[in-house]
Design a protein around this ligand. Structure first.
Ligand code: ADE
Length: 246
């Protein structure tokens, strides 16, 4: 997985990505990162990459040409043109299925915008995917690009120590994860649920599944519609809400 990020703040991307799980994956060569400073492609002596909006209005607009040249420096030599993700609150809201889709690509290019926006013509020309990370406005696309790269990196084989761990995490099955406990057995008077100390693996599995169902119903009931539920699952959910028709 080769990430390429077109940005005005390459240091932000480099620092964030060279930390924690993605940092280790970069060190191990399981993923790679190329940051391209759009300002390096400014074509005026002041290195400006933005200008006033045609039609007037507040704020500045990032110009098409420096972004085009930055993109060309990445994709120009590539035989197969890579997907280019423009991170924007106007995009499709990112989710785990999209992360899985992206993890199958060899190269992913991110375009991070700033100021009030980006000249529409460069978007028309190079962007393949418009992606938002949620319904709020960030100051720029860098954090959004890092969120997506983090979620995608974890799906690249070898990035997580235990290959299984990505599979059983929240959203694998459209359900939230069960709660976790470690020592001590009692913390501030709160004991660990007894079943976890029983050593009875079938009971533990059932308890964890029930906790996932309960938690999803309480916190993200919208996810239950997409979940694959067994007869036992439905029976358990009915004990939580006798009147509901789940
Ligand atoms: N840029 C600014 N806000 C954003 C958001 N919510 N998602 C993706 N990119 C953004």
């Amino acid at each position: 997985m080769n990430f390429h990020v077109l940005t005005l703040f390459p240091d932000m991307i480099e620092t964030g990505m060279h930390t924690s799980v993605t940092g280790r994956a970069l060190d191990q060569g399981l993923i790679s990162l190329e940051t391209v400073n759009i300002r390096d492609f400014a074509f005026n002596k002041h290195k400006h990459v933005d200008d006033y909006p045609y039609g007037g209005g507040a704020g500045m607009v990032m110009q098409a040409e420096p972004i085009y040249l930055a993109w060309e420096s990445v994709a120009g030599a590539m035989e197969k043109k890579p997907r280019v993700i423009y991170v924007t609150p106007q995009g499709k809201v990112f989710n785990q299925v999209m992360a899985q889709d992206y993890s199958r690509e060899e190269d992913l290019v991110f375009l991070c915008g700033h100021y009030e926006g980006v000249d529409e013509r460069i978007l028309e020309e190079i962007v393949t995917d418009y992606v938002s990370i949620g319904d709020y406005i960030l100051s720029g696309g860098e954090l959004a690009a890092m969120v997506i790269m983090d979620a995608v990196s974890r799906l690249v084989p070898g990035v997580l120590g235990n290959e299984e761990s990505a599979e059983f995490e929240s959203f694998h099955d459209s359900l939230l994860e069960h709660p976790h406990y470690t020592r001590p057995a009692v913390f501030h008077g709160r004991p660990v649920p007894e079943v976890l100390l029983s050593g009875h693996h079938a009971n533990i599995d059932r308890w964890r599944r029930d906790q996932s169902l309960k938690r999803t119903k309480e916190r993200r009931p919208d996810l239950l519609d997409q979940a694959e539920l067994s007869k036992e699952d439905i029976k358990y959910l009915k004990t939580l809400a006798p009147d509901s028709n789940v």
